[in-house]
Structures are given as C-alpha cells and as structure tokens.
Design a protein around this ligand. Sequence first.
Ligand code: PEP
Ligand code: MG
Length: 754
Amino acid sequence: MTSETPPRQHRRRKPKFGDTRQLFARLREALAAGTASLPDIAELLAQELPADACVIYVARPGEVLELAATYGLNVSAVGHTRLRLGEGIVGMVAASGDALNLPDAQNHPRYVYRAELGEEAFASTLAMPVKRAGRILGVIAMMSREARVFAPVEVEVVATVAMLLAEILARAGATNLSEEGFSARLPRRYAGHVLSSGIARGKILPYGASPPIAKLLTDDPAAELARLEKAVETANKSLDGLITSTLPGGSAPRDVLDAYRMVTQSAGWLTQVRQAIGDGLTAETAVDKVAQNLRERMRRIADPYLREKLADIEDMIGRLMVALGGMAPKPERAGGMILLVRRLGPADLLDWHARGIAGVAIEEASASGHAAILARALGLPALAVERGAVEAAQEGDDALLDAEGATLILRPEPEVLQVYDRALAARSVRAAALSAYRDLPAITRDGTAMSLMLNVGLALELDQLERTGADGIGLYRTEIAALAAGGIPDVAGQAAEYGRVMDRAGGRPVMFRTLDLGADKLLPGEASGGEENPAMGWRSLRVGLDRPAILRRQLRALLLGAQGRPLSVMFPMVATVEEFRAARDLLEAEAARIRPVPERLEAGTMLEVPALLFQLPGLLAEADFVSVGTNDLMQFLFAADRGTPELAERYDTLSSPVLEMLERLVAACNEAGVPLSVCGEAAGRPMDALVFAAMGVRTLSMSGNAILPVKALLVEADLNELRPVLRELRRSGAAGGSIREPLTAWAREHNLPV
Ligand code: PEP
Ligand code: MG
C-alpha cells in the first residue's frame, strides 16, 4: 500500500475539530437554559463529530441499561431496548468503565443483535461510559457506516461530552437512580489483605477521588486559565511548605523538590489542561479530565519508575483540585468513619487517626509497610483492598471493614450487617475473656516462663504497657516518630523522647533500635537514590556507619535520655560481625563522653540478614542479645519482597527452612549464653509464637493487640506435649512445606484457643 492510497478508513471526511468550542458552546447554552434534552445531544454530537448515528443509554435500577435517546437509529426503540450490565458492547462498557473503539462491532464476540434498533448498516462503534464521581450513569455510543477506528481527537470529544452528559443526567434525575448510578444501591465487595486485624462498621469516607464538579463549561476561558495558573502557584507553595516545614532547619533537598517540579510541570499534562480550558471547559473540569486519562494510563503501565512519575503528577493533581475548590481538604472530624484511600503514609495515618476514623482501607499498601505497622500499633483495623473501591464508594455509604476475613463491603445487605453485629458482640465477649489473662504471668502448663514484650514506635502507644500487661518493650522503632514528624529531631528532642519512654516503661526493659530508615521508610523529600532494590540497598545501619554523624547523635541522645538507667541498644540490618562491632564501638565512644554512665549498657543486634546466621560464633561472642526480625529475614531468606501484596502469604514461617534455621539459632544462643528474642510480626501470631516457644525461644515481642491472644494460647499449652507432635509433623511433612494446617488442627483437637 502506498502513501497515495491510504486505507479506506483513513480516506473519510476529516473530523471538524478544533471546533469543539462550538459544540461545547451549544451544550453550555442548553445546560444553562435547562433545555438539554438527550435527543438534542445525540443529534448535536453525531453532526459535530461527524458520525452516522448516536445512541444514549442510561442506567436503570436493577443493573439495566435502557435506550434513552438516539439519532440515526429507530426512535421507536427508545424506552424499549434494554441491556443488562455486561450484555453486548454497551453493557460491557458499563461493566468495565472502559471505552471501546471497534471498527467492526457486529463481529465482536460480545455483540448482541437487537432487531428493533435498525443498526445493521453500521459497522463501527465508539462506546464511552458516562461516569460521574466514578459511577456509571450510562453509555454513549457513536456509530459509523464505515469500518473505521474513531480517531483519538474524536475519542477525546466524546469523552468530554460524556462528562457533560453525566452532569445533565444527574441533574435531571434522568436515570431514576438518584444521581448515583448502578453501584449506588447494590452491595459491593472488595477482596484484600489484612494489614491490621479487626472489624469496623461505619460510614465510608473515600478520600482522593474527585467529587462531582459544580460548573463544567465556561464562556470565559481566559478567566479559567488565570484560575488555573493561580492554583498551580498555590499548589507549588503548599509543596514548598510541606517540605520546609517537615524537614528540620529548612534542609529541604532542593534537587528532590526540583525533580518533583520538573515531573509535575513539564510532562505535558499541564499543556493538556490548558488546551481543554481553551476548548471551553472550566479549570477543574479540565484538570479532572486529564487526571482521568492519566489514571487510565497508570492502570496499564507496569514499569515502576514510570508509574512513580505518574503518581507524582497525580499527587500534584490532588493539590490543584484542592486549590481550585474542586476537592475538599480533609474533614476536621471523621469520627467512626471508615477511611478509604489510594495510598497512605504514616504521617497521614496519624492525622486521620486523630480525626477519629474507625478503620482504614488502602488500595496500594502491604502488610509490612509502615502504614500497616502504624495501624497495628494504633489498634486500628486496616485492609489493603483491590483497586476500584475508592472510585466506587460514595461518602456516607454504609460499610463493613472486615480486616479478618479480608473484605471491604460497601452498602452491605441487612442480613450481612446482622451477621457482623453478632460477630462483633461475640468479639467483645472474647475481648472480655482475654482481658482475664492480662495479669496472669505468661507461664505455659509445663512451667516454661515466657516474656511477652511490645513492639512500639510512638509515645502514644505506651499506654499499651498497662492495657496488655506486657513485660517491657522488645522493639522500640525509633524511626517511626521521625517518620510521623517528617524529620529527625535534634539531640535534645530525641533524648527527651527516649527519656519519656523509659519513664513510662517504669523499670521494665526497653530495647531501643537505632534508626532503620530507607527502603519503605523514607522521610519526606528523601529519595531512594534510584536503587533498583532499595530493601537491599543503602539503608538502615549501612547509612549510619557510612555517615556516622546522625547515628552518633542518636546514640548520644539515648545515653542522655537514660540518665544513668540501664540502656539496651539494638542495631538493625546488621550483615557482618564487623558492622556490628563498628556500631558498638560508636556506642561505646559516645558512652565514654557522657555522664552519668548507664548502670548497664547492652548492645544487641537484629537478625534480619541471612548471612549473619553463618557468623554466629563471632557474633555471639560480641553481641549482648539477638532479636530475630522475621519481617526482613523472611524476605531475604525467600527472596520475596515484603512489600509485594501478591507474595504476602506465599512463604510461611512455620515451614522447614525457617524452623531449621531457628533450631540452630536457639542452640547457638543457648550455648553462648546470649538472650534470644523474636520481634518480627510472626511473634504476634499465636500459632507461630507457640512453635517458637516449643523450640526454645523465651522472649517474644509483638504489637499490642497480639499480646493477650498469644498469652491465652501459651498459658493453655503444654510444650512437652507439643514437641513430639512438632517433630513428627516436621519429619513427615514435605520439604519446604508448612506445618501450619496440621498443627492448627492438632491444637483445635486439644481445645487450645487458636
Ligand atoms: C523485622 O524486620 O522483622 C522488624 C521487626 O523490623 P521492621 O519491621 O521495622 O523492618
Ligand atoms: Mg526489619
């Protein structure tokens, strides 16, 4: 085929746009006059595009789409032709929310023939969902006799008209669905992963999806452009403010900020927004439209780097929408509500917690990420849910957050609510029963004394010491407060914090872990340095040793905060004995300068890097204690990123590689007389805790809500009875396989509370 003989579909009349302004102007007039009837719109669009026919379907109760207007097809079918959600091309578009652009629609496998329509003559179809605030209100479809793919510029125009149509339908109540579309009345379930267990019932509060826009079209693009530029300025200022206020001493890394700016300003998306305003859209409609395109692209991009760039733009869009008044800032109070968001950082989670939320569902989160750890620390039910929930939810819908069964239910049926109410009542009975264990010592039936400690990272969590009867703090994550504050306090500030923690612990032991920043725990403005694998990168103690000033300041603050009291310091991500020694030397060097000296100074190590397992004699000769961080150790042992939800339950702590590792570790620590604890999330799972105890671990450190369930199981269990069962299960089990299921069955048979 030569360039002089283009394919037939390209030889057609050229679309008439750039004169979309005229189309929008007519629509604006019709909207303002309240005379925008659906047949008029269908005709207008078919003429302007140009296309041979246009149909408009609207959503009706019962997941049905009804033909509401047409230009070019049999008008007598209006009000009669109905398609179920998912039926035919139009039904598919409504079900998926994605447009379809088909040159040969009638040969599409999902095509459904309806004789009354008279559409036999039309080959191609462009079907566009009519969405408002994420809900499908209908479908608009353009048809052409010619077999052709509708051009991108045509798709753009139909998408914009679909936005306007959504507004018209909602205002006219044309769908009889009270503005809200299909999903408004129907329950919706979203599967997920549990981040922090619990069940919450309340009204949903979606945050981050843009609400319907009040004014869609403008006859004064210049004024709208001016509004946009002002909003860009405000959004940039809020970004400056964020970075300078959260990093102490105004030490905002300009390069990071500038890089962010470059992405948000140069990617061409602002140009697209300006163009859309030029076409007659208001500033917020234009931003929203470009944002929708971006989200569509984001869903298809696999490359994490590019996704990150688009996420930056999305963040900027959020700021712009707030600045334009198109998106509400956070509500002051959100008492009892279930927050539903796309992403959530630890600082934001604290902020929402202060506003009184009862639970949170996050579309992009994983169980070992910091929002999850914080949620567990706060005892806040939290779930990572599949995408789409934020768009589908309407503020104020009833919701059930089942962060045990791993489901978020929007608009649950009354019967489902009753089931949950009963479960919640049973739960409070169980909570009352568990509280009876609070003051009991954690001693198993065979007389083994266990020490159950808390993992905490914030002063507000210290109440849990009394609430749970914990024996102390087995892991104080010092970086959490820094993350929550958005920066590392100075020495005096840190010393005050550590002193307060010791005061509140009142003589109970506290293991302070030095800053474990990097990978998933980045301070605002801190870049991951473009590492391909930041979890295995320059993070944590590695940074501390290479840039010792920050670590030394922290060690000084710990010593000052202790004011002569016994002090235990634990180093994270140690990979070699030399690293441990270098860190301990820094601690001792600081200790030599500070008075009063601590009554006892202990330096211990986290065991998170598998290489340490092969250096045990050397390590145990130098470390005062060892604490196994199963979160990181599991990810390195199995080469399975702890932040990837798809891998969340793939490898089990109760499988032979882990149990064998633990067996050897316990033996080595016992021989060397070095105390061993487990402080990863596994220590807080009752079944895992029981197995660890049977294998000789005596100290377990976990989040507050795990202490009583773990204690309840331990005090009812006889480890001497359990050990032969364990041995047999390990002997007979598949290599690498998990013993969890048969062991749980055994525990149930023996009436143990698992
Ligand atoms: C761990 O890795 O198991 C651990 C306790 O540390 P963190 O979860 O803070 O990385
Ligand atoms: Mg860790």
